[in-house]
Write a protein that binds this ligand. Sequence first.
Ligand SMILES: Cc1cc2nc3c(=O)[nH]c(=O)nc-3n(C[C@H](O)[C@H](O)[C@H](O)COP(=O)(O)O)c2cc1C
Length: 381
Amino acid sequence: MKPASVSDYRELARRRLPKMFFEYIDGGSYAEVTLGRNTADLEAIALRQRVMRDMSTLDMSVEVFGQTMSFPVGLSPVGMAGMYARRGEVQAAKAAASAGVPFCLSTVGVCSVEEVAAAGMPPWFQLYMLKDRGYMAELLARAKAAGCPVLVFTVDLPLPGSRYRDIRSGFTGSSGLSGALNTAWQGVTHPEWLWDVWLRGRPHTLGCVQSAVTEGRKVTDFLSWISRNFDRTVTWADIEWVRKTWDGPIVIKGILDPEDAREAVKAGAQGLVVSNHGGRQLDGVRSSISALPAVVDAVGGELEIFMDGGVRSGLDVLKALALGARACFVGRPWAYALGAGGQPMVEKMLGTLRSELATAMILTGCNVARNADKTLLDVAP
Ligand SMILES: Cc1cc2nc3c(=O)[nH]c(=O)nc-3n(C[C@H](O)[C@H](O)[C@H](O)COP(=O)(O)O)c2cc1C
């Protein structure tokens, strides 16, 4: 199948990846209510068609922290991408660089920040608050030394939400002989993945937190490590510590509530991501797109506002821009494309989002992406 849309990349990834990795990417927490809302609420927004306007020029670029994004889409941090394609974070970072958009490396990526940075453009670096502040300071110093321009500090995961699909597939909680046999069976029944990732994609460790986490352990054991080492005591005061340790822009990821957005401003953040972690944490919370307008009303103009969650097309990107986001990020779309066929597929997927956004801009009469506003939307009947 030649992929035409994000759902096609999803289908290709489903065929190519062992079930446990596909389900890990695809799933959400609990009954996946929020996961569903993220896409459904975007779908429900109507764009406003305008005709007979001179659309001979189109400017899709946006400036963020002194960096030009060729169009307003970045790659959200996604853990363990090196298990979806050989040295997956490097392949995705190269795809993002060739598209002229930022790639954000997860704390729990397979490739280290040094490995990704060495492959081209240094990534944005995502960090979780860990109990061991000395180790965190060391990680921040590594990210700085690797040239990472932006720190994305994820605040919506003081503990991991339960993901039923991961339990059912054996991704979490399975051990002993039956766990090993299950993993082996999933590998041998996906020979392309076995050859590309399992045999040629080693080492399968978590590059940035390797010494803390994976010594002598399976890479999939990281969820239990999160439970033990992620810090639930964190408050806004701790951002002060991060500020002192990191002198570049800080983006707080995982804001849904306008009051939290105000706290992020007070804490001195330069940006925030309106996000519910792709429906993978607190199931039942509202969709990211429905949370965006109130956050923009509360703190718009005081810091950069991004959103992620449920963006599956360039049309969705324009809806988010119209509601006040500077740019969108996508998580699953790039993870699916990576699993479907590595860097070339991620490039193709980004090309699709870009051309869909161009079409949406032309048909709504929007020449300049950074000028997008609510007038591009039809008021619901
Ligand atoms: C497989 C997977 C792993 C993720 N790992 C991380 C992570 O390590 N750090 C983080 O801040 N967010 C992580 N996220 C959340 C994404 O950064 C992003 O918020 C979410 O995927 C956006 O929703 P979307 O997948 O609908 O685009 C992960 C998401 C997925 C699907």
